[in-house]
Design a protein around this ligand. Structure first.
Ligand code: PLP
Length: 359
């Protein structure tokens, strides 16, 4: 008898533009400039036919990563992009109809996975001024909740939690036996981590990605950190050889290359500051918290219209978000090195104008 999983049939997935290479990509929080070309060539020169033909070996890379994070390799599960890790945490630590709570708006895949596996995702809304009071989270940590998903910091609203706020959340989660997933995809842009909390507490996981600051989105690599016993459960769900050899080689060389990460971080933060200052000087309202992205409220044109104009006329990709608290409809723009910010600013100022012919 044929069987088709109805949840899979009915799942709505976003089919995103698949031809982005000739654009300035400020839509998915990647590093628009990527890694230095010389570094890429050096790493590529290490790749031999044998390296590609054999199944990937994880030992060296996991050891290097463990050293970099100051954890042991048993605390790490490598995944094919952190989105895969999030999926496995949901598979392993929630049940059908299980209650998952998470802030909203946020990264879309938490809700997609919840639907995929027939879980019940309960969104916790931001305030109008784009804050997430800790009480809003705590009141949702009911005894029937199985998983809390938090981000450090969130995307697209870049808020993060203080140690004290997180302690309160952790205390209630432990009381009610709720697993916590802390998504640290954007943690490097402000440099505070809850890895120590994950190491000290059962049922607390941190997910990280190499797609953002590390500029390896095209290679698909991420990891989960947690206590050994919990990490082992996730490991059991992974497909064999789930992370590819080229991705691990690049990630390892980035970690080992002295000064590389610091230089990417400082260029990115410099570009972000520059962008915000210029926008404000030109009368734009901006919501910028942590992370390599900001919200910009257009002055004259509708945000959706600007997305199209920027793409069609300037070959720049950004996203529009509706209902960004009291700001209303906004552009969400990935930040990056100054030269890309300049390109974006020039384009924005030329397009976000009153259309005299339609007045
Ligand atoms: C908050 C957050 N978590 C996870 C991911 C997925 O990253 P990866 O490329 O590692 O699957 C993204 C991607 O945009 C993200 O914004």
């Amino acid at each position: 008898m044929y069987f088709v999983n109805e949840s899979a049939v009915n799942l709505e997935r976003i089919v995103y533009q698949n031809n982005r290479k000739d654009y300035l990509r400020l839509d998915l929080n990647e590093n628009p400039g990527g890694l230095p070309e010389e570094f890429i060539s050096d790493v590529l020169s290490e790749i031999t036919p044998g390296f590609i033909s054999q199944y990937p070996e994880t030992y060296d890379f996991t050891e290097a990563l463990a050293k970099f994070l100051n954890v042991t390799s048993n605390n790490i599960c490598l995944v094919n992009g952190s989105s895969e890790g999030i999926r496995h945490i949901i598979e392993a630590f929630t049940s059908i109809n299980g209650r998952i709570v998470g802030v909203s708006p946020s990264y879309a895949m938490y809700e997609v996975y919840a639907k995929m596996y027939d879980r019940n995702f309960v969104p916790i809304k931001y305030t109008d001024d784009l804050q997430m009071p800790v009480e809003r989270i705590i009141e949702q940590l009911t005894p029937d909740t199985q998983l809390l998903i938090l981000l450090n910091p969130n995307n697209p609203i870049g808020n993060a939690y203080t140690e004290d706020e997180f302690e309160q959340i952790l205390k209630r989660s432990i009381e009610n036996e709720i697993t916590i997933l802390i998504d640290e995809a954007y943690m490097y842009f402000y440099n505070n981590t809850f890895i120590d909390t994950a190491l000290k507490n059962a049922h607390v996981f941190v997910t990280r990605t190499f797609s953002k600051l590390f500029s390896l989105g095209g290679l698909r690599l991420g990891y989960i950190v947690g206590q050994e016993k919990d990490v082992k459960v996730i490991q059991n769900l992974c497909t064999p050889h789930n992370t590819n050899a080229v991705a691990m080689l690049f990630a390892q060389r980035i970690i080992e290359k002295e000064g590389l990460l610091d230089s990417i971080i400082s260029k990115q933060l410099d570009g972000k500051e520059y962008l915000i200052a210029d926008l404000r000087a030109n009368g734009y309202e901006v919501n910028a918290q942590e992370g390599n992205f900001i919200f910009i409220k257009p002055q004259y044109k509708d945000a959706d219209e600007l997305v199209v104009l920027l793409r069609e006329k300037e070959r720049i990709l950004v996203k529009a978000y509706d209902k960004v608290g009291c700001l209303g409809k906004c552009l969400r723009v990935t930040t990056g090195e100054r030269k890309y910010m300049d390109q974006f600013l020039t384009a924005l100022y030329s397009l976000d104008k009153v259309n005299f012919f339609s007045m």
